[in-house]
Design a protein around this ligand. Structure first.
Ligand code: UD1
Length: 344
């Protein structure tokens, strides 16, 4: 019998790619999502990609009774991957309580209900944002956690602590915290990808929307950082590679291969690329010329951060595989597909 995995936020950007990879690896997936930043069509597209329709329940993770009912309905769930969260850094500064409520209470609800339903494992979506500006690069999992730059970042830090404290208290839960660097790109089928609401805040959707003519110009936020070309440096990780890391984490939990009850992994490529290098790589990979201008720094941006992924490479046996060119082509093909579908 297939083992059941519950994926919260499973119709979202990273969630949808992960559902497909779980299905490809023989898991039965139940998605819950409140559709606040995604749509139910994604379930159809997941089915087109994997050939299997996942169970879907429209539900907010703040709804404790609703979660309880879903866990009862799909008896025998083995583990949860918890993606569902609010994730816009700027919005979190404007609406901190919304972010604290959504992101903290959702996780608390899951952790409270897991023992009752004998769900023994959780994989949590964390972020390299917990490191702030690291003192040493590439950054390892042992780097100190820095004061968060935004309520969003703070919710990631607090949620990591909530998991540590819950497990330390004796709760029968095994956890893996995946600290993502900058996920980009789309599924090669062009059936799944990132669908930002309104004006994109993140680099790649803004870039591809500019390339296709929805936006006039991409603004590069700052060229006076202490980096070789003056623009910020990030570790851009392909979303399918990232999705695969979740499958490996789930296998590890279910096969009881963990060395500690809470494990933390950096999920990145190990390569830092500057914003200007990324633009250059996009132009080369797609042959599309990008209209961009240098503007002032964006407040709250980290100057440079990239992963040391060796711990994940060695312990999980996972490695980012897709080249940046292929990843950028997938982001571009997704943007072209959205136009074809009349969405953006
Ligand atoms: C941030 C968060 C990350 C979160 C992600 C998703 C931090 C340190 N990181 O990543 O945890 O998961 O948002 O919301 O808080 N840029 C431009 N022009 C643009 C957009 C971006 O130049 O129009 C630059 C930024 O200045 C930055 C880089 O591109 O240097 C990447 O920005 P972005 O895609 O927004 O991601 P982060 O800020 O790195």
């Amino acid at each position: 019998m297939k083992e059941k995995i519950l994926v919260t936020g499973g119709t979202g950007y990273i969630g949808s790619h992960t559902v497909v990879e779980l299905q490809n690896n023989g898991y039965e997936v139940i998605i819950i999502d409140n559709l606040s930043n995604s749509s139910a069509d994604v379930v159809d597209n997941i089915e087109k990609v994997s050939g299997i329709r996942p169970a879907f329940e429209k539900l907010d993770c703040l709804d404790y009774e609703g979660l309880d009912a879903v866990f009862t309905k799909y008896k025998g769930i083995k583990a949860i991957i918890h993606f569902a969260a609010s994730k816009a850094v700027g919005e979190s500064v404007q609406k901190p309580l919304l972010y604290y409520r959504n992101n903290l209470v959702s996780l608390i609800n899951l952790l409270e209900l897991m023992p009752k339903h004998e769900i023994g494992g959780i994989v949590f979506s964390s972020s390299c944002t917990v490191y702030g500006q690291p003192d040493e690069l590439p950054v390892t999992e042992n780097a100190p956690i820095k004061t968060a730059e935004s309520p969003y970042g703070n919710t990631k830090q607090i949620n990591e602590e909530i998991i540590h404290d819950t497990v330390a208290s004796g709760s029968p839960i095994a956890a893996i915290l995946l600290r993502y660097f900058n996920p980009i790109g789309a599924h090669p089928s062009t059936l799944l990808g990132e669908l930002p609401n309104g004006v994109p805040q993140n680099l790649i959707p803004y870039l591809t929307q500019t390339a296709i003519g929805i936006r006039e110009k991409l603004s590069v936020f700052g060229d006076d950082y202490d980096t070789p070309d003056g623009s910020c440096i990030r570790d851009f990780i392909n979303v399918v590679d990232l999705a695969k890391a979740h499958v490996v984490a789930i296998n590890r939990i279910l096969n009881k291969k963990q060395k500690e009850k809470v494990e933390v992994f950096n999920i990145g490529t190990g390569c830092g690329l500057s914003v200007l290098e990324l633009i250059n790589a996009f132009e080369k990979a797609t042959g599309v010329k990008l209209n961009y201008q240098i503007v002032a720094r964006r407040s709250g941006d980290i100057e440079k951060v990239w992963a040391n992924p060796e711990f994940a490479n060695n312990e999980l046996g996972w490695k980012a595989e897709t080249s940046i060119e292929e990843t950028l082509r997938s982001a571009w093909n997704w943007q072209l597909k959205l136009r074809e579908r009349g969405i953006q």
